[in-house]
Design a binder for this molecule. Sequence first.
Ligand code: SF4
Length: 287
Amino acid sequence: MKKKNNLPSLIEKKTESEYANVKGIIFDIKRYAIHDGPGIRSTVFFKGCPLRCWWCHNPEGLRPEIEKILIEPGDKSGQQYRIIGEEKTVKSVMDEITGEVLFFDESGGGVTFSGGEPLMQPDFLKALLFFCQKSGIHTAVDTSGYAPYDIIESIIDMVDLFLYDLKFLDPELHAKYTGMDNRLIISNLKKLDGRAKKIIIRFPIIPEITGSKKNVEQISQFIASLHHTRDIDLLPYHQFAQKKYQRLNIINRMKAIPEPLPPQLLEEIKHHFESRGFRVNHGESNE
Ligand code: SF4
């Protein structure tokens, strides 16, 4: 169900069997993931995102609906298609996840809900978190933070770790490069930090865009103003998704940005955050 402003709202489910039958659309479940939170994890990728970041590495997760894309052009007989996205019940996703619990237990891992934007399908997310919690599985939610706060509040006690994207402090730059301004994202992050939740900030480094000295300084000043959040994952930009943009017929606005990321820029930004007392890791982007 969607509100008029296009943000999702939450439908309360009452019984366990109702939770098990909630359906959602995902486009992948990645096993043995090691960059989406602690330990070895399974990452569930939700389809649909309210943002349109220029550098998004998962363009197949942007549209909320199941899509059919052409992977082999040619005459009609030679054309090959691939279906992106699948509707699944919570029960079927949990069946896949619980097969991996031994790896989770041995490595201190768990499940990460990513996307797309998992908060775009709040009932599905909430029901999955409910069963993970019941099974003692560590949970992480990888989010842009662009959702009504009541949705975040409704899941907060079932989430062990938030991986929270922070791209720009300037609302106009945020709107230019992601399609939406960042006021809701900033406000939600402050509230979440106020609840003393475990949060790791995920900062994508895009040369000449997010990686500017001014933006890095603004981001570090903002994080310093939070009361509990001191961990940052740096996500160096790469162009692995270029082909996906062609196949999905989505304009790739990042063609002019060279890769790999200059190591010097990564080191400078890492040093900047570390010298201000933050714990910094190099992550790998789902972004
Ligand atoms: S980078 Fe993340 S927040 Fe941005 S469009 Fe892609 S999935 Fe959405």
